[in-house]
Design a protein around this ligand. Structure first.
Ligand SMILES: Nc1ncnc2c1ncn2[C@@H]1O[C@H](COP(=O)(O)OP(=O)(O)O)[C@@H](O)[C@H]1O
Ligand SMILES: [Mg+2]
Length: 265
């Protein structure tokens, strides 16, 4: 189910744009990453388009998280470049909302749900300036959208995995970014959270945002994705879901015979 007309108060960036030019995409060219002596990614070339829900798929250790981190300058690249609107993406990180894998977040951090979502407003407001009424309204709308407004005073560490993931989604929404990057958002969450997350992803894509999601589950949920980047240390295939989801590509990426949700293609 898609919910149309989702918008955040005072947010002109959520207005729909009906078309995009190639330069509005992220262009990844000849990207390589080494961890010490180990090559994690070799010569990856792909385009991530606005208005599409794009999944990065591949087996464990394929370099999915590494690709996302390298795009955002969180790990050093050994070759290649990542451009957005013809300029290095790393020089435009203010336009990016990134939610890392849950396992990489310190849940003992003493912050309430409200604090976590307001952190998404820091880039707009600055640490030392008090949050404006607009920022508070944007944060409130974001928490309402993910069904977590009643939890705003709760310490983040006390929530279930799904609730935590929804709070991080709200923080990303509050950032009012152009590019949304999520690493394994569906791990360890409940069905309701999965439904909300996919609804929001589709809303963001429908409003011409770039939505890039690391996932590894080849089950039914793969049919939500418009475009796929299939990786295993190097790019196996990229393009529309239908183009990428072939038995040949999947066995190349995952090895052997692969079970996947075949109606998705
Ligand atoms: N910080 C790191 N230092 C050394 N090796 C790493 C580091 N992060 C990831 N790796 C290695 O790089 C490869 C790709 O990892 P990763 O991008 O996390 O894969 P995926 O997200 O697809 O499971 C793996 O072999 C992993 O062990
Ligand atoms: Mg990973």
């Amino acid at each position: 189910m898609r919910i149309a007309n989702f918008s955040l108060a005072g947010d002109s960036t959520f207005e729909s744009v009906n078309s995009y030019t190639a330069t509005a995409a992220i262009n990844i060219s000849h990207l390589g990453v080494h961890y010490r002596t180990q090559e994690a990614l070799r010569d990856v070339n792909c385009i991530v388009k606005p208005g599409r829900l794009t999944g990065i798929f591949g087996p464990n250790g394929a370099g999915k998280s590494t690709l996302m981190k390298a795009m955002l300058g969180l790990v050093p690249v050994s070759s290649g470049k990542v451009l957005y609107q013809d300029k290095p993406l790393m020089q435009q990180l203010g336009k990016v909302a990134y939610v890392p894998q849950r396992s990489q977040i310190d849940w003992s951090y003493p912050a309430t749900v409200w604090d976590v979502v307001m952190m998404g407003r820091v880039k707009k407001t600055g640490w030392l300036r008090s949050f404006s009424a607009v920022s508070r309204q944007v944060a409130k709308n974001a928490l309402q959208r993910v069904g977590m407004i009643e939890y705003c005073d709760r310490p983040i560490g006390q929530l279930s995995g799904g609730q935590q993931q929804r709070v991080f989604l709200a923080r990303a929404l509050a950032q009012q970014a152009d590019i949304f990057c999520f690493d394994e958002p569906f791990v360890g969450i409940d069905q309701k959270t999965q439904t909300v997350i996919f609804e929001v992803f589709h809303e963001l894509a429908d409003s011409q945002k770039i939505v890039l999601v690391v996932n590894h589950d080849l089950g039914e949920s793969i049919s939500h994705f418009d475009d796929l980047i299939l990786l295993n240390r190097e790019l196996i295939a990229t393009g529309s879901r239908q183009q990428v989801l072939t038995e040949e590509n999947l066995s190349h990426a995952y090895g052997g015979k692969v079970m996947y949700f075949s109606d998705a293609a």
